[in-house]
Design a binder for this molecule. Sequence first.
Ligand code: ADP
Ligand code: MG
Length: 225
Amino acid sequence: MEKQDLLYEGKSKTVYATNNPELLIVAYQEEKGAVNNRVSNEVMRMLERKGVPTHLVRQLSDRETVVRRVRMIPLEIIVRNVVAGTLSTLIGQPEGTRLRSPVLEYRYKAAALGNPMINRFHVFALELCTPEILEEIDRLAFRINKILRQLLLEADIRLIDCKLEFGCLPDGTVVLADEISPDTSRLWDAKTGRKLGKDRFRRDLSDTTEAYQEILDRLGRIHCE
Ligand code: ADP
Ligand code: MG
């Protein structure tokens, strides 16, 4: 696998072309990136085993992973199980309130606009994807949420919410892409409520990397059992 031109430099990852036009290398930038890389790959492998298609090919090194190149759909799909973050302000309910059923939110991936929340009518009006693709995204997002909730609970972790991104393979298949990691999920200890995922560094709490490492360790343990 040969790393070639830098294609994109994002907030947390850098994307490179490779000698194979169907494959890309994603490189995580920061120190905590090594844990995000491993957690994301571990989670995607578990999802693949449950029949969810993902872009994962293989981990190349600590911070680098080979993925299938997809046409990204410029949406962030937020799946929520418990009220936290912006939803708390939006609906005026305290953080930690359990939602009776999972909530999906769409964010338009447009950094200059601050990734605003939009609804499906905006998605179609802006032609971000077809109704068929959005339907598939919804289905996969709920399925992923269900699998992850269950899986994390075995590691004594509550999945509060997570952010997903999807893309299309050349044949049109919708696959989970980007990352699922502590940086993109709210994860609370199931017994103590201690925050282990992204609200850790969002609030500038210290020892982010250690908390992330703990998630990785716990995932490894349920794996061995
Ligand atoms: P951003 O700041 O835009 O969120 P990141 O730092 O997360 O960017 O870098 C990853 C970029 O690569 C994102 O723009 C994401 O949409 C894109 N990406 C992720 N997976 C794939 C893939 N399989 N194929 C093509 N692009 C991808
Ligand atoms: Mg990103």
